[in-house]
Structures are given as structure tokens and as C-alpha cells.
Design a protein around this ligand. Structure first.
Ligand code: NAP
Length: 459
């Protein structure tokens, strides 16, 4: 049996060793999962909800243990890790509430001449076995965004977490088991995405792949999934517009929080900031001042603001993108330095449209601030992206805000918030290469159930 070493990327310490699942074990795992799916489908809505509510409470009781695990395996500062645990508990709670609400509707059959004498309604039935593949950056909450709705809908789940961060997934499965989740209804499989992940995508009798991760991997697996239902929650290169009338204090502090939370390793991180030319310098100076106050430290230190990226390779990649952008014409205003896997929070101005920092997802603690002269131009810049997950706009001008909301191409447009604002019950999912399908328990449950029509001929 091979064993996976899990490390704290900040200093490379090994924090745990976890047995990996071999691809050859999959047939046995799958047949146990299919049996568990039949048990899950037989539970009442209230039984499923009760498991989710109990697990949500248990998450909060175990908050410190879970938060330490999130911080150690993902490198996220401990205060952000605690917030992630609270959000994961909320995600399970919202999933429980949706289990209670899960229902179909009456279809007005006799609205068509041919439907006379028929009564019909829809019901939502579980799919069976769902495979969930998750990334490293929110190892607990993003996992619960798949596990919670799948349980609420009455499915069994095979969960493959990111290889760098398997510990939260294993802890969560233990808690859900302690809270009454039937045996084998949630099995966590640890192993490399290129082998174990691919095997899940092509395995028979899995009805759905729910994936969160990079566009490159997501697009690749979609083409291999055949008739399986696939939802993809992929990347972004978050745009934020700051109009001339914006509340600057609010916009600056929100962009600092939104650009550097978890060292910019969130899919909706602020990356491209477009500021009205009249306030561009003032905005930039204030943002730099706040950025320089962020404390770089071990993620377990209470006052840590910035810790490492997930690996030294990733930190090197982000640093090379910064160098490339500067060679292509951008100005480095602050940051750019690196120590092993930790990169200083970085601000650039005048980032060119040919640069990867404009075109691609940087997934690191880097923001680029460019000036614009007209709102039309700002909207074109925001939309000049192959991604479209979330975008933010700071203004108090109602007409301008409404135009941005309508014309920015994204799954969500957030007025007076940055691109990475999210609460866990809202519909969440992108357009273009940011993905397909929605999360948020109510919306994920729709993806994870089959809508069946039952019609009665009564005359
Ligand atoms: P990633 O490299 O795409 O990995 C995501 C998951 O896919 C991991 O579990 C990985 O396993 C697995 N995987 C890798 N290759 C695979 C393959 N060929 N077939 C099946 N599974 C495979 O992403 P990441 O670096 O962990 O996460 C960062 C990315 O996730 C960013 O692009 C970010 O924007 C995106 N993200 C999106 C959202 C959203 O809601 N839209 C949320 C968070 C993150 P291994 O770890 O074993 O390689």
C-alpha cells in the first residue's frame, strides 16, 4: 500500500501520513457505494436532514481541531481556517434545510388540449453514486458543498480530495459517520488525480462527477466522462471596477482582503482592479500602504495574514508571472519577493493585456491596478477574459451599477463588494471557462437529482 505524506508547505514539515487508494480497489469500493446508495434512497427527508444538522453542530464543537487541520494542510492562516469551519458547518446546515424542502411540482397537463383528464406531478429522485473531486484551497468547505447536497438528495458519494489536502475530508467523513450517515455512503479516496481521479471519471455506475478545480483539469475530464452528468466549478481572474464616486475606504480595504486572503488562492480572488483615472493614484497608494502592513507568518500564528502558497513550485510560478508582466510593461509597486513557498503580497500597475497576469488565473497574492477613462472601457476590460465566475463593482451611482450588473459577463456581479464575496446558500457558478452548473445547496441538489414526471389518466 502506498502512503501519502501531507506537509505544511510553509516550512515543509510532514504533518501526517495517509494511506492511498489503489485504482485496483475501485470495483470493490464501487459495489459498496452502490449498496449504500440504495440505503440512502430509502432514508426519509427528515432522517437525511437530521444527519446533516448533527454534523453541522459537531463541526462547530470540533472547530479548533478542524481549523488547525485546514491551516496545516492548506497553509491558510488560522483565523481564515476558523472562518472556513464555520462556513462548512453552515453549508451542512443549509443542506439539511434543503433536504426538508426537496419537492416537485404539479404540471398543468390540461393546459394542452391533448392533456385533458391527466394529473401529473414531478418528483426528484437521487441519482445513485456521485463522485466528488475537490481542490486544495478550501479543503473543508468546498468538500461540504458537494457532500452536504449529495446526502440531502439521498445519494452515496465517493470523494477524492486534492492530494495535498486529504485530512479535512477524512475528518469530515468520520464526523458524518458518527452522526448517523449509513456505512459506505461517503467513502474518501486519497490518490493522484491523474490516476485515481481519471479512474473515477471513467468508472461504470457512477452517475455524476461534481468537480471543483482548475479549468485545464475540468475541461479534460468532461471529455472523458461520457454520459455521466458533470458539473464544473473552475477558475477565474477576478475583476473589480472602482468608479470615481466609490467609497474609497470600503473599496481599498475590501480589495486588500479580497486579493490576499489565503495568499490569493481562492477561485474568486481579486486579481484585476480597474480604477477611474481620477482616483487611480490615490487608490493605489492606499492599497499599497495597507498591503505592506500584512504580516507574513506560520499559518498557526494568531496574527498571521499571509502564509505560504500550496508549494514552492507554485510560488516560483507566480513569481515568474510577475517578472514576465514587468518585462511586458507593468510597474512593480510593492512585493514580488519570495522565501521558499511564501510570496510577498504584490501590487502592480499598468499590467498589459498580453500579460498572463491579465489573461490567466494567477492564484497567488498578486493584484494589478489599471486606470480607465470611461465606463464602457472598464466593462470591456472586465469582460476581456476567458473566465466569468464573479466580479465586483464599487460605486454609488445606481445607473452605472445596474449597467455593470447587466453587462459584465459573470455568474455573479457584486455591487460594493469584491469578486470574492460569497455566502454558502447563494447560487454560485461561472460562465465561459469558469465552469458549468451551480453550487449552493439548493442548486447543487437540483444537479444531483433526477426530475421524474408521473402522470395519471383519470378519465
Ligand atoms: P486541480 O489541480 O485542477 O485539482 C483539483 C482536483 O482534481 C484535485 O483533487 C486533483 O487531484 C484532481 N485531478 C487532477 N488531475 C485530474 C485528472 N486528470 N482527472 C481527475 N481529477 C484530477 O486544482 P487545484 O490546484 O487543487 O485547485 C486550484 C484550482 O481550483 C484553481 O483553478 C481554482 O480557481 C479552482 N477552484 C475553483 C472553485 C470554484 O468554485 N469555481 C473553487 C476553488 C478552486 P490531485 O490533487 O491528486 O492532483
Amino acid at each position: 500500500m502506498s502512503v501519502r505524506k501531507v506537509r505544511l508547505a510553509f516550512d515543509g514539515t510532514v504533518i501526517a501520513e495517509v494511506p492511498e487508494t489503489a485504482v485496483s480497489e475501485l470495483p470493490g469500493i464501487l459495489s459498496r457505494s452502490e449498496a449504500a446508495a440504495r440505503v440512502m434512497a430509502g432514508l426519509t427527508r427528515d432522517e437525511r436532514a437530521s444527519i446533516l444538522f448533527a454534523a453541522s453542530r459537531k463541526f462547530l464543537e470540533s472547530k479548533e481541531e478542524l481549523a488547525r487541520t485546514v491551516a496545516l494542510e492548506s497553509g491558510k492562516p488560522i483565523r481564515e481556517a476558523r472562518a472556513e469551519v464555520e462556513r462548512a458547518a453552515a453549508t451542512l446546515w443549509f443542506s439539511g434545510e434543503e433536504a426538508h424542502r426537496l419537492s416537485g411540482e404539479e404540471i398543468p397537463m390540461d393546459a394542452a388540449a391533448g392533456g385533458k383528464g391527466r394529473f401529473a406531478s414531478t418528483i426528484r429522485q437521487p441519482l445513485g453514486v456521485i463522485a466528488a473531486i475537490t481542490p486544495f484551497n478550501f479543503p473543508l468547505n468546498l468538500s461540504m458543498h458537494k457532500v452536504g447536497p449529495a446526502i440531502a438528495a439521498g445519494n452515496a458519494i465517493l470523494h477524492k480530495p486534492a492530494s495535498a489536502t486529504p485530512l479535512c475530508a477524512l475528518l469530515a467523513a468520520r464526523i458524518l459517520g458518527d452522526c448517523g450517515l449509513p456505512k459506505d455512503a461517503l467513502q474518501v479516496l486519497v490518490g493522484p488525480g491523474g490516476e485515481l481521479g481519471e479512474a473515477l471519471v471513467t468508472a461504470p455506475n457512477i452517475r455524476m462527477i461534481t468537480f471543483t478545480g482548475s479549468a485545464a483539469v475540468g475541461l479534460g475530464l468532461q471529455s472523458k466522462a461520457g454520459m455521466k452528468r458533470v458539473t464544473l466549478e473552475l477558475g477565474n481572474n477576478g475583476a473589480v471596477l472602482v468608479l470615481e464616486d466609490a467609497d474609497l475606504d470600503l473599496a481599498v480595504s475590501a480589495c486588500v482582503a479580497g486579493g490576499y486572503a489565503h495568499s490569493g488562492q481562492t477561485c474568486i480572488s481579486v486579481q484585476r482592479i480597474y480604477v477611474a483615472r481620477a482616483i487611480h493614484r490615490q487608490f493605489t497608494d492606499r492599497l499599497i500602504e495597507q498591503t505592506r502592513k500584512l504580516k507574513i507568518a506560520n499559518p498557526l500564528e494568531e496574527d498571521c495574514d499571509i502564509s505560504s502558497l500550496i508549494s514552492e513550485d507554485e510560488a516560483q510560478r507566480v513569481q515568474s508571472w510577475i517578472g514576465e508582466a514587468v518585462r511586458e510593461g507593468a510597474s512593480l509597486e510593492t512585493g514580488g519577493g519570495r522565501n521558499l513557498a511564501t510570496l510577498q503580497p504584490t501590487v502592480l500597475t499598468n499590467v498589459q493585456r498580453i500579460s498572463r497576469l491579465h489573461k490567466d488565473e494567477v492564484f497567488g497574492p498578486v493584484v494589478g491596478i489599471n486606470a480607465f477613462d470611461y465606463l464602457d472601457e472598464a466593462i470591456v476590460l472586465a469582460n476581456d477574459s476567458r473566465y466569468g465566475l464573479q466580479a465586483g463593482v464599487f460605486t454609488n451611482d445606481l445607473k452605472a451599477a445596474w449597467r455593470c450588473a447587466r453587462e459584465i459577463e459573470a455568474g455573479s456581479v457584486l455591487i460594493n463588494d469584491v469578486s470574492n464575496f460569497r455566502v454558502d446558500q447563494m447560487p454560485y457558478g461561472g460562465i465561459k471557462e469558469s465552469g458549468t452548473g451551480k453550487e449552493g445547496p439548493r442548486y447543487a441538489i437540483e444537479e444531483m437529482t433526477e426530475l421524474k414526471l408521473i402522470s395519471w389518466r383519470l378519465l
